[in-house]
Design a binder for this molecule. Structure first.
Ligand code: FE2
Length: 285
């Protein structure tokens, strides 16, 4: 058992349609898969059947992009109940979504927009997270997002904002190590110091991803490249602090052969086991 009373599944990968056939036919060694819930929940047919087949052999965990946790639009309870039915159908042991907003005036912006770091935003997120957790009846994790700007009406730092919501909503943290690394680059802070200041006993899962810089050198969190060495290094230090958990290699574009992603998941496994063996692991804060 890992942190936040969730199973520490080790390295896993994102389940994408392109890999279905190979996974069903060859059943490669992989600890678990994460799916984007909204890509599957409203569809039946062959894809749902494939998901059921894969679920017989591997744990599948639902990760969301549409809950819009920080929005001021009313929570879409009909959506939440459909999500619950889907997550329970695939036996997802927990669920997650991003600490951001995606909806404004009932319009989906199709992007993960960062929140202002204010007490008002904390209260709004906490209220909604309580409803989400009560409705889903599953452990729920919020993910820290990449942000390219800091909204001007901030009343606290990002770490305090995130930590306060985690504690007051009593939910878990999906710690995206790549997002922390990139935010450190964008906003000039030390990523490990940021991570160390979070309530790490609440980490129930980790994300790792890579990016391909644009031709002008601009970096965005594009999930289209292998995990770079700088992120592996930060992950090594992070996992020594959190202890064993479930570590996902996120890849959404430029999908490589399945075997390449599985190698990265194995690398995550090896680093996790080595770091947690070498260090006296404790969940801080
Ligand atoms: Fe992520």
């Amino acid at each position: 058992m890992g942190n936040y009373s969730l199973s520490a599944l080790g390295g896993g990968i994102g389940l994408r349609h392109a890999y279905f056939r190979e996974i069903i036919e060859k059943k490669p060694a992989c600890n678990w898969f994460e799916i984007i819930s909204e890509d599957f929940m409203d569809y039946g047919g062959r894809e749902r059947e494939s998901l059921r087949e894969i679920g017989k052999h591997y744990p599948i965990i639902g990760h969301g992009v549409c809950l819009s946790i920080g929005s001021t639009d009313p929570l879409d309870m009909e959506f939440l109940h459909r999500l619950k039915a889907f997550l329970h159908e695939i036996k997802s042991p927990w669920a997650s979504d991003h600490l951001c907003f995606t909806m404004v005036d009932h319009t989906n912006l199709n992007d993960l927009i960062p929140l202002p770091f204010t007490r008002e935003a904390v209260t709004n997120c906490v209220e909604r997270l309580k409803i989400i957790q009560d409705t889903l009846e599953l452990p729920f994790l919020i993910e820290n997002v990449t942000r390219y700007v800091t909204l001007s009406d901030r009343e606290m730092g990002e770490a305090e904002f995130l930590s306060t919501i985690l504690e007051e909503a009593d939910c878990g943290l999906l710690l995206d190590v790549t997002n922390v690394y990139l935010n450190g680059q964008f906003h000039g802070y030390d990523p490990l110091a940021f991570i160390s200041s979070l309530p790490l006993k609440r980490v129930g899962q980790i994300h790792l991803a890579g990016w391909e810089p644009a031709s002008d050198g601009t970096i965005i969190d594009s999930h289209d490249a292998p995990v770079p060495d700088v992120v592996w290094d930060l992950f090594r230090e992070t996992i020594a602090l959190t202890g064993p958990t479930s570590v996902l290699i996120e890849r959404d574009k430029g999908l490589p052969p399945l075997s390449d992603l599985l190698k990265e998941a194995t690398q995550a496994d090896q680093i996790m086991h080595a770091s947690c063996k070498d260090n006296k692991v404790h969940a801080a804060g």
